[in-house]
Design a binder for this molecule. Structure first.
Ligand code: PHE
Length: 342
Protein backbone atom coordinates (compact mmCIF):
# COMPACT_ATOMS: atom_id res chain seq x y z
CA UNK A 1 0.00 0.00 0.00
CA UNK A 2 2.82 2.38 0.89
CA UNK A 3 4.46 1.80 -2.49
CA UNK A 4 1.19 2.39 -4.26
CA UNK A 5 0.59 5.70 -2.45
CA UNK A 6 4.19 6.86 -2.90
CA UNK A 7 3.96 6.19 -6.61
CA UNK A 8 0.73 8.20 -6.81
CA UNK A 9 2.38 11.12 -4.98
CA UNK A 10 5.29 11.15 -7.43
CA UNK A 11 2.90 10.92 -10.36
CA UNK A 12 0.92 13.99 -9.28
CA UNK A 13 2.01 16.84 -11.60
CA UNK A 14 0.12 19.70 -9.99
CA UNK A 15 -1.33 20.68 -6.65
CA UNK A 16 -4.96 19.62 -7.31
CA UNK A 17 -3.79 16.13 -8.38
CA UNK A 18 -1.67 15.88 -5.26
CA UNK A 19 -4.66 16.91 -3.13
CA UNK A 20 -6.65 14.05 -4.64
CA UNK A 21 -3.94 11.61 -3.64
CA UNK A 22 -3.94 13.04 -0.13
CA UNK A 23 -7.71 12.64 0.25
CA UNK A 24 -7.64 9.07 -1.05
CA UNK A 25 -4.95 8.12 1.49
CA UNK A 26 -5.42 10.33 4.55
CA UNK A 27 -8.92 11.76 4.06
CA UNK A 28 -11.83 10.64 6.25
CA UNK A 29 -12.54 7.72 3.94
CA UNK A 30 -8.97 7.34 2.77
CA UNK A 31 -7.17 4.03 2.64
CA UNK A 32 -4.93 4.68 5.62
CA UNK A 33 -7.79 6.15 7.64
CA UNK A 34 -9.85 3.01 6.93
CA UNK A 35 -6.97 0.87 8.16
CA UNK A 36 -6.71 2.94 11.33
CA UNK A 37 -10.37 2.21 12.03
CA UNK A 38 -9.62 -1.54 12.06
CA UNK A 39 -7.30 -1.07 15.04
CA UNK A 40 -10.30 -0.99 17.36
CA UNK A 41 -11.32 -4.49 16.46
CA UNK A 42 -7.87 -6.01 16.94
CA UNK A 43 -6.61 -7.98 19.90
CA UNK A 44 -4.26 -6.04 22.19
CA UNK A 45 -1.22 -7.94 20.83
CA UNK A 46 -2.13 -7.24 17.22
CA UNK A 47 -2.85 -3.60 18.04
CA UNK A 48 0.53 -3.24 19.76
CA UNK A 49 2.18 -4.22 16.52
CA UNK A 50 -0.14 -2.61 13.96
CA UNK A 51 -0.69 0.68 15.82
CA UNK A 52 2.87 1.99 15.55
CA UNK A 53 3.18 0.51 12.03
CA UNK A 54 0.11 2.39 10.80
CA UNK A 55 1.09 5.59 12.57
CA UNK A 56 4.52 5.36 10.97
CA UNK A 57 2.94 4.89 7.56
CA UNK A 58 0.61 7.81 8.12
CA UNK A 59 3.54 10.02 9.11
CA UNK A 60 5.69 9.01 6.14
CA UNK A 61 2.88 9.53 3.65
CA UNK A 62 2.09 12.94 5.18
CA UNK A 63 5.76 13.95 4.90
CA UNK A 64 6.03 12.73 1.30
CA UNK A 65 2.94 14.74 0.33
CA UNK A 66 4.29 17.89 1.99
CA UNK A 67 7.65 17.50 0.24
CA UNK A 68 5.99 16.94 -3.12
CA UNK A 69 3.82 19.99 -2.54
CA UNK A 70 6.91 22.19 -2.08
CA UNK A 71 8.43 20.92 -5.32
CA UNK A 72 5.20 21.51 -7.26
CA UNK A 73 4.94 25.04 -5.84
CA UNK A 74 8.49 25.82 -6.97
CA UNK A 75 7.83 24.43 -10.41
CA UNK A 76 4.65 26.47 -10.77
CA UNK A 77 6.52 29.65 -9.78
CA UNK A 78 9.35 28.94 -12.22
CA UNK A 79 6.84 28.37 -15.00
CA UNK A 80 5.16 31.64 -14.22
CA UNK A 81 8.42 33.57 -14.13
CA UNK A 82 9.43 32.05 -17.44
CA UNK A 83 6.22 32.99 -19.17
CA UNK A 84 6.08 36.48 -17.64
CA UNK A 85 9.65 37.69 -18.33
CA UNK A 86 10.04 40.98 -20.17
CA UNK A 87 12.97 41.45 -22.50
CA UNK A 88 13.89 45.04 -21.72
CA UNK A 89 16.46 45.07 -24.52
CA UNK A 90 13.81 44.82 -27.23
CA UNK A 91 13.19 48.04 -29.18
CA UNK A 92 9.82 49.69 -28.65
CA UNK A 93 7.21 48.92 -31.27
CA UNK A 94 6.89 52.35 -32.76
CA UNK A 95 10.08 54.05 -31.59
CA UNK A 96 9.22 56.10 -28.51
CA UNK A 97 8.66 59.80 -29.10
CA UNK A 98 9.56 60.33 -25.44
CA UNK A 99 13.32 59.94 -25.40
CA UNK A 100 14.88 61.04 -22.11
CA UNK A 101 17.31 63.93 -21.81
CA UNK A 102 20.53 64.33 -19.89
CA UNK A 103 20.16 67.16 -17.37
CA UNK A 104 22.58 70.07 -17.99
CA UNK A 105 24.10 69.57 -14.53
CA UNK A 106 24.92 65.95 -15.33
CA UNK A 107 26.24 66.94 -18.74
CA UNK A 108 28.45 69.74 -17.39
CA UNK A 109 29.71 67.51 -14.56
CA UNK A 110 30.76 64.93 -17.16
CA UNK A 111 32.43 67.60 -19.29
CA UNK A 112 34.46 69.09 -16.47
CA UNK A 113 35.38 65.69 -15.06
CA UNK A 114 36.78 64.72 -18.46
CA UNK A 115 38.80 67.95 -18.72
CA UNK A 116 40.33 67.53 -15.26
CA UNK A 117 40.90 63.82 -15.88
CA UNK A 118 43.08 64.80 -18.84
CA UNK A 119 45.13 66.90 -16.42
CA UNK A 120 45.58 63.92 -14.08
CA UNK A 121 42.83 64.63 -11.54
CA UNK A 122 40.90 61.76 -9.95
CA UNK A 123 37.35 62.14 -8.62
CA UNK A 124 36.82 62.09 -4.83
CA UNK A 125 33.49 62.05 -3.02
CA UNK A 126 32.08 62.78 0.41
CA UNK A 127 28.65 62.67 2.07
CA UNK A 128 25.99 65.39 1.62
CA UNK A 129 25.12 65.01 5.30
CA UNK A 130 28.41 66.12 6.76
CA UNK A 131 29.83 66.65 10.23
CA UNK A 132 30.46 70.19 11.44
CA UNK A 133 34.06 69.07 11.97
CA UNK A 134 34.70 68.43 8.25
CA UNK A 135 32.53 71.27 6.95
CA UNK A 136 34.03 73.92 9.26
CA UNK A 137 36.38 73.06 12.13
CA UNK A 138 39.04 71.12 10.20
CA UNK A 139 38.89 73.80 7.49
CA UNK A 140 40.18 76.32 10.02
CA UNK A 141 36.83 77.88 10.92
CA UNK A 142 37.26 78.37 14.68
CA UNK A 143 34.11 77.49 16.70
CA UNK A 144 32.69 81.02 16.89
CA UNK A 145 34.17 82.41 13.70
CA UNK A 146 31.78 84.81 11.90
CA UNK A 147 32.50 83.11 8.56
CA UNK A 148 30.35 80.20 9.77
CA UNK A 149 27.33 82.49 9.76
CA UNK A 150 27.92 83.52 6.15
CA UNK A 151 27.28 79.95 5.09
CA UNK A 152 23.51 79.92 5.85
CA UNK A 153 23.92 76.41 7.17
CA UNK A 154 21.11 73.85 7.42
CA UNK A 155 21.74 72.27 10.80
CA UNK A 156 20.69 68.69 11.54
CA UNK A 157 20.45 66.96 14.93
CA UNK A 158 23.58 65.95 16.81
CA UNK A 159 24.27 62.25 16.20
CA UNK A 160 24.78 59.45 18.75
CA UNK A 161 28.54 60.13 18.94
CA UNK A 162 27.85 63.78 19.77
CA UNK A 163 28.78 65.15 16.32
CA UNK A 164 26.88 68.19 15.05
CA UNK A 165 25.51 67.20 11.62
CA UNK A 166 24.95 69.72 8.82
CA UNK A 167 24.06 69.62 5.14
CA UNK A 168 27.43 70.45 3.63
CA UNK A 169 27.55 74.12 2.64
CA UNK A 170 30.40 73.58 0.16
CA UNK A 171 32.44 70.72 -1.28
CA UNK A 172 35.52 71.77 0.73
CA UNK A 173 34.93 69.10 3.44
CA UNK A 174 35.94 66.57 0.80
CA UNK A 175 39.40 68.20 0.91
CA UNK A 176 39.71 67.07 4.53
CA UNK A 177 38.32 63.61 3.83
CA UNK A 178 40.82 63.21 0.99
CA UNK A 179 43.87 64.50 2.88
CA UNK A 180 43.11 62.28 5.88
CA UNK A 181 42.67 59.13 3.78
CA UNK A 182 45.31 59.48 1.09
CA UNK A 183 49.04 60.33 0.91
CA UNK A 184 50.38 63.15 -1.30
CA UNK A 185 50.77 63.65 -4.18
CA UNK A 186 47.04 64.42 -4.18
CA UNK A 187 45.24 65.64 -7.27
CA UNK A 188 41.46 65.39 -7.03
CA UNK A 189 38.25 67.10 -8.00
CA UNK A 190 35.08 66.63 -5.97
CA UNK A 191 31.85 67.47 -7.78
CA UNK A 192 28.62 67.25 -5.82
CA UNK A 193 25.56 68.75 -4.19
CA UNK A 194 25.83 71.53 -1.65
CA UNK A 195 23.19 73.26 0.48
CA UNK A 196 22.55 76.72 1.87
CA UNK A 197 19.43 78.22 3.36
CA UNK A 198 19.08 80.78 0.59
CA UNK A 199 16.67 81.22 -2.32
CA UNK A 200 16.19 83.86 -5.05
CA UNK A 201 16.76 84.31 -8.82
CA UNK A 202 20.38 83.21 -8.57
CA UNK A 203 20.35 81.04 -5.43
CA UNK A 204 18.66 77.72 -4.73
CA UNK A 205 18.80 75.91 -1.37
CA UNK A 206 20.50 73.00 -3.14
CA UNK A 207 23.16 73.72 -5.72
CA UNK A 208 26.32 72.13 -7.10
CA UNK A 209 30.01 72.77 -6.69
CA UNK A 210 33.19 71.20 -7.88
CA UNK A 211 36.16 71.34 -5.57
CA UNK A 212 39.74 70.99 -6.78
CA UNK A 213 42.66 70.03 -4.55
CA UNK A 214 46.35 69.52 -5.32
CA UNK A 215 48.87 68.71 -2.57
CA UNK A 216 52.49 67.98 -3.44
CA UNK A 217 55.98 69.22 -2.68
CA UNK A 218 56.71 72.52 -4.40
CA UNK A 219 53.20 73.51 -5.51
CA UNK A 220 52.77 77.28 -5.95
CA UNK A 221 50.27 79.81 -7.27
CA UNK A 222 51.60 79.46 -10.81
CA UNK A 223 50.26 75.91 -10.85
CA UNK A 224 46.89 77.16 -9.64
CA UNK A 225 46.66 79.88 -12.31
CA UNK A 226 47.72 77.55 -15.10
CA UNK A 227 45.26 74.85 -14.07
CA UNK A 228 42.32 77.25 -13.95
CA UNK A 229 43.24 78.89 -17.25
CA UNK A 230 43.56 75.57 -19.04
CA UNK A 231 40.27 74.45 -17.56
CA UNK A 232 38.40 77.59 -18.65
CA UNK A 233 39.75 77.41 -22.19
CA UNK A 234 38.78 73.77 -22.54
CA UNK A 235 35.40 74.17 -20.87
CA UNK A 236 34.24 77.29 -22.71
CA UNK A 237 35.90 76.06 -25.92
CA UNK A 238 37.90 79.24 -26.60
CA UNK A 239 41.57 79.81 -27.45
CA UNK A 240 42.19 82.35 -24.72
CA UNK A 241 40.33 83.56 -21.64
CA UNK A 242 40.73 86.83 -19.84
CA UNK A 243 40.90 86.06 -16.12
CA UNK A 244 41.17 88.28 -13.09
CA UNK A 245 42.34 87.13 -9.64
CA UNK A 246 40.92 89.32 -6.87
CA UNK A 247 42.15 89.15 -3.27
CA UNK A 248 39.53 87.60 -1.03
CA UNK A 249 39.25 85.63 2.18
CA UNK A 250 38.48 82.02 3.07
CA UNK A 251 39.60 80.56 6.41
CA UNK A 252 41.08 77.49 4.68
CA UNK A 253 43.27 79.22 2.09
CA UNK A 254 46.07 81.78 2.39
CA UNK A 255 46.28 83.76 0.22
CA UNK A 256 42.66 83.54 -0.97
CA UNK A 257 41.30 84.79 -4.26
CA UNK A 258 38.13 85.05 -6.25
CA UNK A 259 38.38 84.59 -9.98
CA UNK A 260 36.40 86.48 -12.61
CA UNK A 261 36.37 85.73 -16.30
CA UNK A 262 36.01 88.33 -19.02
CA UNK A 263 32.78 88.42 -20.96
CA UNK A 264 30.80 90.56 -23.31
CA UNK A 265 27.12 90.79 -24.06
CA UNK A 266 26.43 90.84 -27.80
CA UNK A 267 22.70 91.24 -28.29
CA UNK A 268 21.15 88.31 -26.50
CA UNK A 269 24.34 86.32 -26.53
CA UNK A 270 26.97 86.27 -23.79
CA UNK A 271 30.51 85.81 -25.15
CA UNK A 272 32.89 84.24 -22.64
CA UNK A 273 36.61 84.92 -22.52
CA UNK A 274 36.80 88.41 -24.02
CA UNK A 275 35.25 91.81 -23.40
CA UNK A 276 35.06 94.37 -20.61
CA UNK A 277 32.55 92.77 -18.28
CA UNK A 278 33.54 90.38 -15.52
CA UNK A 279 31.76 87.37 -14.11
CA UNK A 280 32.78 85.72 -10.87
CA UNK A 281 33.10 81.97 -11.30
CA UNK A 282 35.10 80.57 -8.40
CA UNK A 283 36.99 80.94 -5.13
CA UNK A 284 40.48 79.57 -4.66
CA UNK A 285 43.79 79.87 -2.88
CA UNK A 286 46.80 78.12 -1.41
CA UNK A 287 45.82 75.55 1.23
CA UNK A 288 46.23 77.10 4.70
CA UNK A 289 49.04 75.55 6.81
CA UNK A 290 46.53 74.98 9.65
CA UNK A 291 44.41 72.84 7.30
CA UNK A 292 47.45 70.75 6.38
CA UNK A 293 48.29 70.35 10.08
CA UNK A 294 44.68 69.35 10.86
CA UNK A 295 45.20 66.51 8.36
CA UNK A 296 48.59 65.48 9.80
CA UNK A 297 50.50 66.85 6.81
CA UNK A 298 53.73 68.79 7.36
CA UNK A 299 53.31 72.34 5.95
CA UNK A 300 57.12 72.68 5.72
CA UNK A 301 57.17 69.82 3.30
CA UNK A 302 53.89 70.05 1.39
CA UNK A 303 52.05 72.95 -0.19
CA UNK A 304 48.93 72.89 -2.30
CA UNK A 305 46.12 74.80 -3.89
CA UNK A 306 42.36 74.42 -3.79
CA UNK A 307 39.46 75.92 -5.69
CA UNK A 308 35.69 75.72 -5.53
CA UNK A 309 33.49 76.49 -8.50
CA UNK A 310 29.72 76.66 -8.91
CA UNK A 311 28.70 74.03 -11.44
CA UNK A 312 25.23 75.53 -11.96
CA UNK A 313 26.86 78.91 -12.56
CA UNK A 314 29.25 77.75 -15.28
CA UNK A 315 26.50 75.61 -16.86
CA UNK A 316 24.28 78.71 -17.15
CA UNK A 317 27.13 80.66 -18.71
CA UNK A 318 28.14 78.02 -21.20
CA UNK A 319 24.66 77.07 -22.36
CA UNK A 320 22.86 80.39 -21.94
CA UNK A 321 20.25 79.29 -19.43
CA UNK A 322 18.82 82.36 -17.71
CA UNK A 323 17.01 81.13 -14.58
CA UNK A 324 18.76 78.93 -12.02
CA UNK A 325 15.50 77.87 -10.37
CA UNK A 326 14.37 76.18 -13.60
CA UNK A 327 17.24 73.70 -13.11
CA UNK A 328 15.54 72.06 -10.19
CA UNK A 329 11.77 72.38 -10.55
CA UNK A 330 11.48 69.38 -12.86
CA UNK A 331 9.59 70.99 -15.75
CA UNK A 332 9.85 68.50 -18.61
CA UNK A 333 9.50 71.23 -21.25
CA UNK A 334 12.60 72.92 -19.86
CA UNK A 335 14.51 69.64 -19.93
CA UNK A 336 13.35 68.92 -23.50
CA UNK A 337 14.76 72.28 -24.51
CA UNK A 338 17.99 72.51 -22.50
CA UNK A 339 18.71 68.83 -21.91
CA UNK A 340 21.23 66.82 -23.92
CA UNK A 341 20.83 63.72 -26.06
CA UNK A 342 22.01 60.66 -24.16
N1 PHE B 1 34.36 76.59 -0.45
C1 PHE B 1 34.42 77.96 -0.95
C2 PHE B 1 32.97 78.45 -1.12
O1 PHE B 1 32.06 77.67 -1.16
C3 PHE B 1 35.14 78.02 -2.27
C4 PHE B 1 36.60 77.71 -2.18
C5 PHE B 1 37.03 76.40 -2.36
C6 PHE B 1 37.53 78.68 -1.88
C7 PHE B 1 38.38 76.09 -2.28
C8 PHE B 1 38.85 78.40 -1.80
C9 PHE B 1 39.28 77.11 -1.99
O2 PHE B 1 32.72 79.62 -1.20
Amino acid sequence: LEQEITAAIEAATDEPALEEVRVSALGKKGKISELMKTLGKMSPEERKEMGPALNGLKGRVGDAIAARKEILKDQALNERLKSETVDVTLPTRMGSPFEGRVHPIAQVTDELTAIFADMGFAVAEGPDIEEDFYNFTALNFPPDHPARLEHDTFFLPVDAEGNQKVLRTHTSPVQIRTMTSQEPPIRVICPGRTYRCDSDQTHTPMFHQVEGLVIEEGIHMGHLKWTLEEFCKAFFEVDSVKMRFRASHFPFTEPSMEVDIGCQRVGNELRIGEGDDWLEILGCGMVHPNVLRNCDLDPDRYTGFAFGMGIDRIAMLKYGMPDLRAFFNGDKRWLDHYGFRP
